[in-house]
Design a protein around this ligand. Structure first.
Ligand SMILES: Cc1cc2nc3c(=O)[nH]c(=O)nc-3n(C[C@H](O)[C@H](O)[C@H](O)COP(=O)(O)OP(=O)(O)OC[C@H]3O[C@@H](n4cnc5c(N)ncnc54)[C@H](O)[C@@H]3O)c2cc1C
Length: 424
């Protein structure tokens, strides 16, 4: 095959809108019917679905040296039942089925998981109305929930408090997300799928159906973009998804000390601000008995801006700050209120106040330091400056792009993968 020209989307400065044309190189030997970019939960389940349907050869390329370095390995590990999502959205349609399949997979493979249930409480009198809205949505989505009073709440979760009413979801479960990723990788390798870690796809040429992966050129029939925080850039490099940009929202968790952790049985969530795609700071056990409080939802200054300095790139930070400024000016989805609330949560005292709204018995000594951070790959509509509320699939002749695979994409992954592969 002759040398191909490709559009590169990962530049050295980690900037936006990069469209540097360069040589992809010769495709020598490595050719796949399906090339999946990104080895998160979406990429792995899509590859598994393609392999299960015997549709042809498949490869997954993951840029990090291990699976789960981003969203899929840094989440709350909650298998959401599907309560919150507006009926008729994709998120609502596939969560119930996906969650059931994730629970079945966990049980079949003996993974570390637990059906520990969840309560959603009204932390202010104003939030009581939200309980009814969530009850309506859950009913419309076919999800089992029960409206309960404080007595029943105290029986289920002795530490939790609500105003007037709460919701109980018995089907919510928790799982170790890294266990799921390892099990999926083993499935893929048994099925003959090529899984390469530590190999970034850095350029794609659709006309010759070739991609640059590490130092090699790889031929493909169809490319599936499951690149999480970078999915919009991959899409734009192939001429789609131009209406969107991904903004990372930083979610920090703190852990409860063991004595306090033992007082919780399942997850305790507040009613969320339904204008936002985030569920609010909650208390959630992991299946091994550790209990975490979080995550926050602070806009980050870069796609991989995990720490104060770590992942911070000056060029990207300036661009992101400008985009954030215009989002604050537009104030869609209650953006200014979110940022104000996030600033208050930043300190240990603010974080404790948030946790005590759910469980007033918690004391300062019960909550440790920030121990885990995840970044949500949240899609923003570039024209309206609104946060996009649903999964978005875009395609070209030889590629399919998964944009906005935010929560509950982990819970829903098996059903989401089925839908994506149907699209192929
Ligand atoms: C703090 C937090 C809490 C959450 N809690 C929950 C929850 O409780 N339940 C739930 O269902 N969901 C939850 N989510 C959402 C869930 O984790 C995500 O929806 C899901 O993990 C998205 O999976 P993904 O495969 O799209 O992305 P990722 O896991 O980010 O995977 C994308 C992969 O693509 C790789 N990649 C990117 N660019 C390239 C490239 N050019 N070449 C090769 N590889 C590339 C990345 O390294 C990455 O590993 C949470 C998310 C966060 C951040």
């Amino acid at each position: 095959m002759s040398r191909n020209r490709t559009v590169s989307f990962l530049d050295k400065n980690n900037g936006e809108n990069v469209a540097e044309v360069s040589d992809v190189g010769n495709v020598s030997g490595m050719n796949f019917d399906y090339l999946v970019v990104g080895g998160g939960i979406v990429g792995l389940t899509v590859a598994r679905e393609i392999a299960n349907r015997s549709m042809g050869s498949v490869a997954v390329f993951e840029k990090e040296p291990r699976l789960g370095a981003h969203g899929s390995g840094r989440n709350s590990g909650v298998i959401h039942a599907g309560i919150y999502y507006r009926p008729h959205t994709l998120r609502a349609q596939i969560c119930r089925d996906g969650a059931r399949r994730m629970r079945e997979y966990a049980a079949e493979r003996n993974l570390c998981w637990k059906k520990s249930g969840k309560v959603i409480v009204a932390t202010t009198p104003h939030a009581v109305g939200q309980i009814d809205v969530l009850l309506e949505r859950a009913t419309a989505n076919g999800i089992r929930v029960e409206k309960i009073g404080q007595d029943e709440l105290s029986r289920l979760e002795p530490e939790a408090r609500t105003h007037e009413a709460a919701l109980h979801s018995p089907d919510t479960a928790v799982i170790d997300p890294l266990d799921v990723l390892s099990e999926l990788r083993a499935d893929l390798e048994r099925a003959g799928v090529t899984v390469r870690v530590g190999v970034a796809v850095t350029g794609i040429d659709e006309s010759s159906r070739a991609a640059r992966a590490g130092s090699s050129a790889v031929g493909f029939g169809t490319l599936i973009n499951a690149a999480g925080l970078h999915a919009d850039r991959v899409a734009r490099s192939m001429g789609v998804g131009r209406a969107y940009q991904i903004m990372a929202f930083r979610g920090a968790y703190r852990e409860l000390v063991p004595a306090a952790a033992g007082r919780f049985r399942g997850s305790v969530y507040p009613t969320p601000d339904l204008r936002m795609p985030f569920l609010g700071v909650h208390i959630t056990p992991d299946p091994r008995g550790r209990v975490f409080v979080g995550p926050t939802a602070m806009p980050a200054l870069g796609r991989e801006h995990y720490g104060r300095i770590s992942g911070l790139n000056p060029v990207e930070a300036v661009r992101t700050a400008a985009a954030l400024g215009s989002m604050l000016a537009a104030d869609r989805n209650g953006m200014r209120g979110l940022v104000r609330a996030e600033v208050r949560r930043y300190s240990a005292a603010g974080f404790l106040r948030e946790a005590r709204a759910l469980a007033p018995g918690l004391q300062a000594g019960d909550i440790g330091r920030v121990c885990k951070v995840g970044l949500r790959a949240q899609l923003v509509d570039r024209n309206t400056r609104e946060l996009v509320d649903d999964y978005v699939l875009e395609r070209t002749k030889h590629s399919l792009h998964v944009l906005n695979a935010t929560s509950p994409a982990f819970s829903s992954a098996f059903a989401l993968a089925e839908m994506i592969v149907d699209e192929l």
